[in-house]
Design a protein around this ligand. Structure first.
Ligand SMILES: *Cc1c(COP(=O)(O)O)cnc(C)c1O
Length: 409
């Protein structure tokens, strides 16, 4: 039969990371590709204990449909966490929505804000998951170049001015930004830029969507106030998730924003999945009550810090004296963005990498216009230390081989 797919369905394409994951488990393969946390860091015995208890004693909640907005206990606990850890005040549970991971929140944001002529701002490189959620509904993205201290705000101002002159400011729906330890860029937006971003957004009356899955995974340096804290709930929609600090398998994301936006997202969510699983929400709620989540992740932070430092050392050892090779030095999160001289095509290099048993994500995967070819994303959190050393060595071999073949080195 002829499948009569919708226009949106026809725009969907399989993403390169998913393809990559298929060969990750090949014997001998070292992968810097996956963006997933180390499963040995998940507090499995604590979660097992809680699960058993809440399945037996709270089954009327945990095995039942729940409110679309989410488990009230989890939302209350999360409000205290935001208050305790970030000094965020003035929230009540109507400001929070629990989603099936932040990915679902990105999809809901796309649904409630974007028409096919809408304009939105994203970084270059862009987080793949956000790009796919947004670009299905509108191709009207505006790029903000990523710099060491966050996106280039001069571009944002210039573009907004230009759009205003065209009389199209109403079409600008939001500025999407990852404030801490950008995926894939590894960089963090400075406090000065956060403040200026809020000022710009206020001047042009645009919403900021702050995606912050990694803020709690800081390995060094001082924490910076969330944009949400600076701009407030009328200006900023904050997306948080348990995926990178507790467990991605729980599939729990939290959206924090003004009540009108949350209410609209609730309506959109009703059509998508009715509610986030009651069981995993209550596991997280009880976990937050009984354990200090951010204290519990300290060993994880120490482990990732060592791996991050090791990868930086190895990059320096292998590429430090090569011209035109540079990489970001993240203070947290899971990723290093590695840029090679012009002419290198990391997408083409992937096959060579597979042959040498080393995986990375080509930069192109993080672009909406097939650019970023000479960059790649490296993740240091999953491979054991000896694999980080060996993996960077293999990477060097692949790069040298490719560079010689193309007469780039
Ligand atoms: C991992 C990640 C997410 C969301 O993951 P979920 O598991 O869906 O919560 C969102 N944004 C960025 C930038 C991420 O890296």
């Amino acid at each position: 039969m002829t499948e009569k797919f919708s226009k949106i369905a026809l725009r969907m394409k399989s993403n390169i990371i998913r393809e990559l994951l298929k060969v990750t488990s090949n014997p001998g393969m070292i992968s810097f590709g996956g963006g997933v946390p180390d499963p040995d860091t998940f507090p499995r015995s604590e979660m097992a204990e809680i699960s058993k208890e809440i399945l037996e004693k709270e089954y009327k909640f945990t095995l039942q449909y729940g409110q679309t907005e989410g488990d009230p206990i989890l939302r209350e606990e999360y409000i205290s966490l935001l208050n305790r850890e970030y000094g965020i005040e003035g929230l009540n549970i109507d400001n929070l929505l629990v989603t099936v991971g932040s990915q679902s929140a990105l999809d809901l944001v796309s649904k409630i804000f974007l028409d096919d002529d809408s304009i939105y701002f994203v970084s270059k490189p862009v987080y793949l998951g956000a790009a796919s959620a947004f670009s299905l509904r509108s191709n009207g993205y505006v790029y903000m170049t990523l710099q060491e201290d966050g996106v280039d705000l001069d571009i944002v101002e210039d573009k907004l001015k230009e759009i205003e002159t065209r009389g199209e400011l109403d079409k600008v729906k939001f500025i999407y930004t990852i404030s801490n330890f950008h995926n894939p860029g590894g960089v963090t937006m400075s406090y000065e830029k956060r403040k200026r971003l809020v000022e710009i957004a206020e001047k042009y009356d645009v919403l900021i969507v702050e995606d912050d899955p990694y803020g709690d995974l800081r390995y060094e340096g001082e924490a910076i106030d969330p944009i949400f804290k600076i701009g407030g709930q009328e200006r900023v929609l904050l997306l948080r998730t348990f995926s990178k600090i507790l467990s991605p398998g729980l599939r729990l994301g939290i959206v924090i924003g003004n009540k009108n936006i949350i209410r609209k997202m609730v309506m959109a969510k009703q059509a998508s999945d009715l509610c986030t699983p009651s069981l995993t929400q209550r596991i997280a709620a009880r976990y937050l009550q009984r354990h200090n989540l951010l204290a519990q992740i300290k060993p994880t932070i120490a482990l990732y810090r060592e791996k991050k430092d090791l990868m930086l050392t190895e990059l320096d050892r292998n590429f430090g004296d090569m011209n035109g090779f540079y990489w970001t030095k993240p203070e947290g999160g899971l990723f290093i963005w590695f840029t090679l001289p012009e002419g290198f095509d990391t997408g083409e290099m992937l096959e060579l990498g597979k042959a040498e048993n080393i995986l990375f994500v080509p930069g192109q995967a993080f672009s909406l216009d097939n650019t970023c070819q000479n960059s790649m994303r490296l993740s240091f959190c999953l491979p054991p230390k000896e694999d980080i050393i060996e993996g960077v060595k293999r990477l060097k071999k692949v790069i040298v081989e490719y560079g010689k073949e193309k007469k780039l080195l």
